[in-house]
Design a protein around this ligand. Structure first.
Ligand code: TYM
Length: 340
């Protein structure tokens, strides 16, 4: 059975982009794959975290996974720092990856911003840890949102260079699974910026624990343009939104995409239903749909967080099951590299 691995950072503010771009897709993969889902706390500390908040956020991501439909019996759910092989293999990969490769990473440039000299060394080598996460399990399928594409290309390069340098076909070729209708959900305040945990404006994202009023208010206030909703002329030949529409009216395109993804309908159907409509009617319906989809998820997450001991037990057993897979793989890597 193909093995799937993916991770989500426990940095607070999980949002609709994380859900539609990643977590929701994790659920359906459980049927035909061996699935491993990780709360990547080692990645989280590449920027400073409050220790007490971090502990809560780790549990919150685990609870969201389960609330979304990831079954802890079928899938392995655990937090990264509990399985030492991630850090061990990451070190070896730090020695495989080239500085030139890391210098090209756009996410480092964005996150480090103008204060590059002040960024942690961990933030710089973050993609090597991400490669280790996947390859410690020899996983080959990785469901992520579009923003992780470049990191997965680097992980693939690391695997290939390792295989080449040591003359062994040891690591598999990683296949990114960038699927679903909303692989890149944009900010509600700016259709050209990604919806992001680190955007200072709460209004820019729909949080997975937002209550119904907050969700409705954020959608009502979402930025739009003065025109009415587009008609069929806005569709490309493949039935998706045309690049011209996305370029000229990014906010309208984003809201239509979110609607289609939440309704699990082709975007062409949504365009047909609202062609020429005012944004106000569309937004009322979108708010209702978003509340109906997300409120049960938030309720389930909250009740799971009330059963803290149970969640901790799930993470304990997940870490044990993950170690049982990663340990022999990383032991073999150490042997290949020449460690005694
Ligand atoms: P993170 O924690 O930033 O995001 C978790 C997942 O959510 C996706 N995502 C989005 N999808 C659509 N639209 C958006 N606006 C949006 N924002 C975020 C991300 O693509 C991701 O799939 N480096 C990773 C975590 C990681 C990982 C791994 C992933 C660490 N190790 C190994 C896969 C395999 C990250 O920071 O995701």
């Amino acid at each position: 059975m193909p093995r799937v691995f993916s991770g989500v950072q426990p940095t607070g503010n999980l949002h609709l982009g994380n859900y539609l771009g990643a977590i929701r897709n994790f659920v359906s993969l459980q049927d035909e794959h061996e699935t491993i889902y990780c709360v990547v706390d080692l990645h989280a500390i590449t920027v400073q975290q409050d220790p007490a908040a971090l502990r809560e956020q780790i549990l919150e991501v685990a609870a969201t996974f389960i609330a979304a439909g990831i079954d802890p019996k079928r899938s392995i759910i655990f937090n990264q720092s509990r399985v030492v092989q991630h850090a061990e293999l990451a070190w070896i990969f730090n020695c495989v990856a080239r500085l030139g490769w890391l210098n090209r990473m756009t996410q480092f440039k964005e996150k480090a911003g103008k204060h590059r000299e002040n960024a942690s060394a961990g933030l710089y080598v973050y993609p090597c840890l991400m490669a280790a996460d996947i390859l410690a399990y020899q996983a080959d399928r990785v469901p992520v949102g579009d923003d992780q594409r470049q990191h997965l290309e680097l992980a693939r390069d690391i695997a290939q260079k390792f295989n080449h340098d040591y003359g062994r076909e040891f690591f598999p070729i990683i296949e990114p699974l960038i699927h679903g209708q909303a692989t890149r959900v944009m900010s509600l305040r700016d259709g050209r910026a990604k919806m992001s945990k680190s955007d200072p404006s709460e209004q820019s994202r729909i949080g997975l624990t937002d209550d119904a009023d907050t969700i409705a208010r954020k959608i009502r206030r979402a930025r739009t343009d003065p025109e009415r909703l587009p008609d069929e002329a806005a569709l490309a030949d493949d039935g998706g939104l045309s690049p011209d529409l996305v370029d000229a009216r990014p906010e309208a395109a984003n809201l239509l995409t979110i609607f289609a993804a939440l309704a699990r309908k082709p975007v062409a159907d949504v365009v047909a239903s609202y062609a020429g409509a005012e944004f106000s009617r569309f937004k009322t319906d979108l708010a209702e749909l978003a509340v109906a989809s997300l409120a049960p998820l938030a309720d389930r997450t909250r009740s799971l967080l009330d059963e803290r001991a149970e969640l901790e037990a799930i993470l304990d057993s997940g870490a044990e099951r993950a170690t049982a897979i990663a340990q022999p793989v990383v032991n073999e890597v150490k042997r290949i590299v020449g460690f005694l």
